[in-house]
Design a protein around this ligand. Structure first.
Ligand SMILES: [Zn+2]
Ligand SMILES: [Zn+2]
Length: 227
């Protein structure tokens, strides 16, 4: 594991205090601020509510079977996500995958999903960033959970960043953005589609549709965080 140690600086990624022995990525103070998604979520999309299905799932039919998230997209996850996506730090991906592996124990509905895939990044953006952050998370999660990583879908179109778009704009921005390239990899499989953040669910929804077209038996979403 020497390679991973080199990637993790000996200071807290968020507040930069020195880490003690056995501490990784975050100091105890920052780690204590993580909000986990555990109870009380929509059965379908995993959004917070008392029980049953949220308003948006009663109206729109997401194509994925269900979606779950590990943590809330709040401090310190917002800071970790920024480091991962815009500052070239890969170690937050390892941290998030470890948290997701722990969360899998709270979500038995993932048990009979043996395959993991990631939301693809367009090759131009991947070249700019040096890696696909969702792929880093998904590959590590596959390793930790004993599932098999596959990559049946590619991003065929360079899309605008989703962050500044409204819900309907997000959907049209993504239309036709993903293409199944290795369909036989998905055929008949139950797979978990991994992403960093669940915001409106439009990305997971779009890719799920493509995977079903390629013959996937079932697609479930799993994100590190939930906005
Ligand atoms: Zn800290
Ligand atoms: Zn819902």
């Amino acid at each position: 594991m020497a390679g991973i140690d080199i990637l993790i600086p000996p200071a807290c990624l968020v507040c930069h205090t020195r880490l003690g022995a056995g501490q990784k990525s975050l100091c105890p103070e920052c780690a204590s601020q993580i909000s986990y998604v555990k109870d009380n979520f929509c059965y379908k999309c995993g959004s917070e509510l008392d029980e049953g299905y949220c308003e948006s799932c009663r109206e729109t039919l997401f194509k994925f079977e269900f979606s779950r998230s590990s943590m809330q997209y709040k401090t310190p996850l917002t800071e970790l996500m920024h480091l991962l996506k815009y500052s070239g730090y890969r170690s937050p991906a390892v941290f998030m995958a470890e948290k997701m592996a722990e969360s899998l124990k709270d979500y038995p509905e993932f048990e009979d999903y043996p395959y993991i895939t990631a939301v693809p990044l367009h090759r131009v953006r991947k070249r700019e960033r040096g890696y696909n952050q969702s792929e880093l998370i998904a590959k590590k999660l596959a390793k930790l959970s004993g599932k098999t990583y596959i990559r049946p879908v590619v991003r065929s179109r360079y899309t605008l960043s989703q962050t500044k778009l409204h819900r309907t704009q997000r959907l049209s921005n993504l239309a036709g953005a993903f293409r199944v390239r290795y369909g036989q990899q998905a055929q008949g499989k139950k797979l978990i589609l991994v992403d960093d953040v669940f915001t409106t669910g439009s990305t997971l929804n779009e890719i799920s549709g493509e995977l079903y077209k390629a013959g996937a038996a079932s697609v479930a979403g799993f994100t590190a965080t939930r906005a």
